[in-house]
Write a protein that binds this ligand. Structure first.
Ligand SMILES: Cc1ncc(C[n+]2csc(CCOP(=O)(O)OP(=O)(O)O)c2C)c(N)n1
Ligand SMILES: [Mg+2]
Length: 300
């Protein structure tokens, strides 16, 4: 089992990385957009550390920086990718939403990766590797019919896949209450898939729970669905000022900030050191990326 300090460091790395991206946008040093996961770090870190990174597969979505860093620890490759440099993890061609590295895959099409994740789980099952697949989706992605087609098949074929629904309450500006009828968990249970609701801010509790679920799915080779309650403190994408929600609501979630919850449990000196190391690493990655070249098409 991982120590709390290590889990904390990974969460800080993700938070500082995305804060750096916001800073770069404000200085016109980045182009395009990003979907940050500030506030949702515990979900990414909890899952990544519960997995066997040597074989398990992670399938991510548009909000995937945290998933990627927690799973690969490749801050440098991701920074270069988002800056469009050829040293990026996919040579500067994928940007923030289209990443591939070993067993990690992401794509920005809502729900688009869910049947592909099923296929990966089927392949692992047929090869008898004992690997499992994690497939991240958001609450807004429950509106995509392919999610249900995929759950139907994974249940019938008994695929080793965990659907991780990060319920951050919003799909862009739409509140989950205005878009999703009934109990989310029941949607998976209707396909005879074991499903449960989890609290996504206390990394220690979440990580412990996820380790048990991952073992269960690995041993049973059956799909699992979890709906994890979380909150993005930032906007949907970099230019969203969150006019659709109240400052009171944001403050109520700030009290449950996954970083602050751990901060209170660790020695102050340790916390400061961790923060310093993360910032230095991110600044170092950025300085290097600035000097790196952009990719060139063969016929350019
Ligand atoms: C098929 C498709 N439709 C629309 C979009 C545009 N879009 C990107 S993210 C998003 C909302 C996603 O909400 P949710 O699933 O809750 O994930 P979150 O952004 O909250 O992480 C939308 C509509 C898209 N990427 N793909
Ligand atoms: Mg959402």
């Amino acid at each position: 089992m991982k120590e709390l300090k290590d889990l904390y460091k990974q969460m800080v790395l993700i938070r500082k990385f995305e804060e750096k991206l916001y800073e770069l946008f404000s200085k016109d040093l980045l182009f395009g957009t990003i979907h940050a996961c500030i506030g949702q770090e515990a979900v990414a870190v909890g899952i990544a550390n519960a997995l066997d990174k040597s074989c398990d597969i992670v399938v991510s979505n548009h909000r995937g920086h945290g998933h990627y860093i927690a799973f690969s620890n490749d801050v440098e490759g991701l920074m270069a990718e988002i800056m469009g440099k050829k040293t990026g993890v996919v040579a500067g061609r994928g940007g923030s939403q289209h990443l591939y590295n070993n067993n990690f895959y992401s794509n920005g099409v809502q729900g688009g990766m869910v049947p592909i994740a099923n296929g990966m789980a089927l392949a692992e099952k047929m090869k008898k590797t004992n690997a499992i697949v994690i497939c991240f989706i958001g609450d807004g992605t429950l509106g995509q019919g392919v999610v249900y087609e995929s759950m139907n098949i994974s249940s019938l074929w008994s695929l080793p896949i965990i659907y991780v629904l990060e319920n951050n309450i919003y799909a862009m500006s739409t509140n989950v209450k205005d878009a999703v009828a009934g109990d989310i968990i029941h949607r998976a249970k209707a396909f005879n898939i074991d499903a449960e609701k989890l609290e996504g801010n206390d990394i220690e509790a979440l990580y412990r729970k996820l380790a048990v679920i991952v073992t269960k799915v690995r041993n049973s080779s059956k799909p699992y669905f979890m709906c994890i309650d979380t909150y993005r403190f930032c906007g949907h994408s970099k230019s969203d000022s969150c006019e659709y929600r109240s400052r009171e609501e944001e403050l109520s979630w700030r009290d449950k900030d996954p970083l602050s919850l751990v901060y209170a449990k660790l020695p102050k000196e340790m916390v400061k050191k961790v923060e310093k190391e993360c910032i230095e690493r991110i600044e170092g990655a950025f300085r290097k990326c600035q000097k790196d070249l952009y990719p060139v098409l063969k016929n350019e």
